[in-house]
Design a protein around this ligand. Structure first.
Ligand code: NFE
Ligand code: MG
Length: 571
């Protein structure tokens, strides 16, 4: 039996350590540890709730805007504020753009290299790559000359001996299975995706002033002035044209590159539709309201829970049933560390007792992570694009069903294949395709409202704190790229007295709870095959399939020179 330590896990946001026990080339147990503490919940205490979103948004620079949205919604919920339709639409466009942007980055820049061996791209025949590309898509950049050009760029990079971001890959690992030509195709699209994500982020620059961290939120609406006759308004006919153009370009990339690439690569790794199954419970708050965020019936992404992989029933969800354990996390609760607390009563009292330099194993019988352990009715849940796809599929969403069934048919797989590492990757592409399609509808709605003179975008009714109750509590939520996000705020005498964020990566990356139940990463890693425990590429495949964000999950790391560059320590 060997203990394999991967620390830090790279190609994620933030700092994550994974320890696995390996027996007979299979993972027999796993522990997930968030190794950074941020403390934004503490920073929010004592502040004016109207500015909470500015601080909360800094929880993360990858899912950037999502915490601003959850935060304004929490404060609006506490103060009983409904936002105008236009504000809701602009929020949907910003959030939907974030979703698609994030999924493209995840597949190409954070995850692809677990499946794509860049060095093999050098051995490809560009003419054959061109044939493959044209057989799976009508994306115009697909000539042999184009792929030869990409190959030459990679050759020059290798010859320069400055591999930069490609320098510490597991190149040559026997778990890589793509033919050289498909590797070249993926490398070409890796490079193209850099431009695509930069261009698409301009939607946020238009509507939010900048990316990351758009600056146009307000409690009660948005600060994005709409005026059909005003060249200086944030939203005017010229901007509508620009938004449509940016969305059209991104949609072409998702449909003609991202989705075909996912299907092509997945076809070579079909066994990964069995590995990485995980907990089997899926939770979705739901989001993208057509009207009020208080009415889940109108959500584009339906709310609900699936238990034990049973798609015959979507269980109702009530955020009151969420709680967090700190039994195995570096925090203490006033009532002791065996209880779970609802976030409205939540506490963040850090007390580190983990490994000391230069090296110690995690003490997995005690506390071993900065991430808390969220539970629903005491049960661990997986959140994210796969959870959303499954809940929508089981709820009978026609569009989701159609795209999922088409993808499964192409790969000759049953729906149960979705409960897997590759299922998470496929679900993300499916979600991106649906979302990028919805974006133009919201822009059209905005344009239509503007042309009818409906330009109200803020409800300032309760802007004056003297109109607030002496004390109140609120819950704000969002389906962020990585899953269900909740912010809970308590306001007293016009100030925040408690603030708790329970974030998608908190759900997925959390450690065991008081009952010893594993978190989502920990469960998904069980049974993962490892060809070579010294190079645990397969562990990364499953962990990366969740798109970890530890900055979010634990909402200042001790920079120890040794810790840069992923390493696997086998003992
Ligand atoms: Ni920092 Fe995030 C998303 C949130 S956490 S990336 O998506 O909320 O998982
Ligand atoms: Mg928290």
């Amino acid at each position: 039996m060997a203990r394999v330590v991967v620390d830090p896990v790279t190609r994620i946001e933030g700092h994550l350590r994974i320890e696995v026990e390996v027996e007979g080339n299979k993972v027999t147990d796993a522990w997930s540890s968030g190794t950074m503490f941020r403390g934004i919940e503490q920073i929010l205490r004592g502040r004016d709730p109207r500015e909470a979103w500015i601080w909360a948004q800094r929880i993360c620079g990858v899912c950037t805007t999502v915490h601003a949205l959850a935060s304004v919604r929490a404060v609006e919920d506490a103060l009983g504020i409904e936002v105008p339709e236009n504000a809701n639409i602009v929020r949907n466009i910003i959030a939907g753009t974030q979703n698609v942007h994030d999924h493209i980055i995840h597949f190409y820049h954070l995850h692809a290299l677990d499946w794509v061996d860049v060095t093999l791209a050098l051995k490809a025949d560009p003419a054959k790559t061109s044939q493959i590309a044209q057989s799976i898509s009508d994306w115009p950049k697909s000539s042999a000359t184009y792929f030869k050009g990409v190959q030459d760029r990679v050759k020059a990079l290798v010859a320069s001996n400055q591999l930069s971001l490609f320098s510490s890959g597991d190149w040559g690992h026997p778990a890589y299975k793509l033919p050289p030509e498909v590797n070249l195709l993926a490398v070409a699209h890796y490079i193209e995706a850099l431009d695509v994500q930069r261009e698409f982020a301009r939607v946020q620059a238009v509507l939010g002033g900048k990316n990351p961290h758009p600056q146009t939120y307000l409690v009660g609406g948005m600060a994005t002035a709409m005026d059909g006759n005003e060249p200086d308004a944030v939203i005017n006919p010229e901007r509508i044209t620009l938004l449509n153009q940016l969305i059209t370009n991104a949609r072409a990339f998702v449909q003609q590159v991202y989705m075909p690439d996912v299907l092509a690569i997945a076809g070579f790794y079909k066994e990964w539709f069995q590995y990485g199954q995980g907990i089997g419970n899926y939770m979705v708050y739901g989001d993208y309201a057509n009207g009020s965020v208080k009415d889940p019936a109108g959500f584009m992404i339906p709310r609900g829970i699936i238990r034990g992989r049973d798609l015959s029933t979507v269980h109702p969800l009530d955020p009151q049933h969420v709680s967090e354990f700190v039994t195995h996390s570096w925090y203490t609760y006033t009532e002791g560390d065996l209880v779970a607390k609802h976030p409205s009563q939540g506490e963040t009292n850090p007390r580190y007792s983990g490994p000391k330099p230069p090296f110690e194993f995690l003490n997995t019988d005690a506390k071993y992570s900065w991430v808390k352990s969220p539970r629903y009715d005491g049960v661990p849940m997986e959140v994210g694009p796969l959870a959303r796809t499954l809940v929508a599929y089981a709820s009978g969403d026609d569009q989701v069903k159609k795209i999922v069934d088409a993808a499964l048919a192409k790969l000759s797989l049953p729906p149960s294949a979705l409960y897997s590492t590759m299922g998470r990757i496929a679900a993300r592409a499916i979600e991106a395709e649906i979302m990028v399609g919805r974006l133009s509808g919201w822009v059209a709605q905005l344009d239509d409202n503007m042309s009818h003179g409906d330009v109200v975008i803020h409800n300032g009714q309760k802007w004056n704190p003297n109109s607030w109750p002496k004390s109140c509590q609120g819950f704000g939520f969002h389906e962020a790229p990585r899953g269900s996000l909740g912010h809970w705020v308590e306001i007293e005498n016009k100030k925040i007295v408690n603030y708790q964020a329970v974030v998608p990566s908190t759900w997925n990356a959390g450690p065991r709870d008081a009952q010893g139940q594993r978190g989502a990463y920990e469960s998904a890693l069980l049974g993962t095959p490892l060809i070579d425990p010294e190079r645990p590429l397969e562990v990364l495949r499953t962990v990366h399939s969740f798109d970890p964000c530890m900055a979010c999950a634990v909402h200042v790391v001790q920079a120890n020179g040794d810790n840069y560059g992923r390493k696997a320590l086998v003992i």
